[in-house]
Design a protein around this ligand. Structure first.
Ligand code: SAM
Length: 279
């Protein structure tokens, strides 16, 4: 693997901050990450943000097929050249914004494994999108800024528990896979990184409408996280009336003085069902 700094210099390119371009520069780290995903010669992978191919190449060495999605068109010929040199025929590069990608169309009838060293400025948005499309995803291995990863896996009751934690933990079992320091990247970020594994739950307890209600309830509850639920959920984006909120909290058996950060995912589900039934 050519060092990303050298590759970019040869082509008179630079790493773009706005695209979160901190490329993996340590081939051992890249190889270990891919090994930890447990992919095999049957696996179909979508890689988010393939960049210069630090992960694409070790993934392609093992997987059946890789769809490498990259927004920055400047990087596509560089990656294509690396792939051609190594003789890989199982990689399709798509020059697209991953937030506009039709994952179901790529998956067809297969379940995919998603892997990505994510652009940190849009990693929450990417995660919400993957959750929306999770029926065609078996599992995902994603690298985040450490602080965001801590928020995603945080249990209820603490400062880190957030809207993202509740939504993600409703959809998947999440665990920490590895911590990676700044020296594994070029350019070096000022933050530490964490790789999380997401095993999306097979069975969907909620239908689409109920799930939409759940996500809205979680959003409303965390909209003013310092306030009690009866105040944080009233008004706002969803224009809930206070009397309605008091009624649904009561039917879900949740004290209206509690704050969003104390609710378990099961309590959010009970509250969402109460809202869904009464609307
Ligand atoms: N996978 C490479 C690696 O590990 O070295 C690059 C990782 S870098 C942190 C993030 C990559 O995502 C960059 O190549 C960047 O251009 C790309 N990217 C940024 N925003 C994107 C988007 N909306 N859709 C697809 N790729 C994007």
């Amino acid at each position: 693997m050519t060092h990303p700094g050298q590759l970019l210099k040869q082509r008179k390119l630079y790493a773009g901050k706005e695209l979160g371009q901190n490329f993996l520069s340590n081939p051992d780290t890249a190889r270990i990450i891919v090994e930890k995903t447990g992919i095999s010669k049957e696996t179909r992978v979508i890689e988010i943000g393939s960049g210069l191919g630090a992960l694409t190449i070790p993934i392609a060495r093992i997987a059946y097929h890789v769809t490498a999605v990259e927004k920055d068109s400047r990087l596509i010929p560089l990656l294509q050249q690396e792939l051609d040199t190594e003789g890989f025929k199982n990689v399709e590069i798509i020059n697209k914004d991953v937030l506009k990608l039709d994952i179901a169309e790529i998956a067809k009838d297969n379940k995919l494994v998603v892997i990505g060293n994510l652009p940190y400025n849009i990693s929450s948005q990417i995660l919400f999108r993957l959750i929306e499309k999770r029926t065609c995803i078996e599992k995902a291995f994603l690298m985040f800024q450490k602080e965001l990863a801590n928020r995603i896996i945080a249990p209820p009751g603490g400062r880190d528990y957030s809207r993202l934690s509740a939504v993600v933990q409703y959809a998947a079992q999440v665990s920490r896979v590895a911590k990676i320091g700044p020296s594994s990247f070029f350019p070096k970020p000022e933050v530490d990184s964490t790789i999380l594994r997401f095993n999306f739950f097979e069975t969907k307890e909620f239908n689409l409408e109920q799930e939409k209600t759940l996500f809205n309830v979680i959003k409303a509850a965390f909209s003013k996280r310092r306030k009690s639920l009866k105040n944080s959920m009233t008004g706002g984006e969803f224009k809930f009336e206070k009397a309605f909120i008091l009624q649904v909290l009561e039917s879900a058996g949740i004290d209206s003085q509690r704050r969003a950060e104390t609710l378990t995912v099961d309590e959010f589900k009970a509250l969402a069902l109460a809202v869904w039934k009464k609307r």
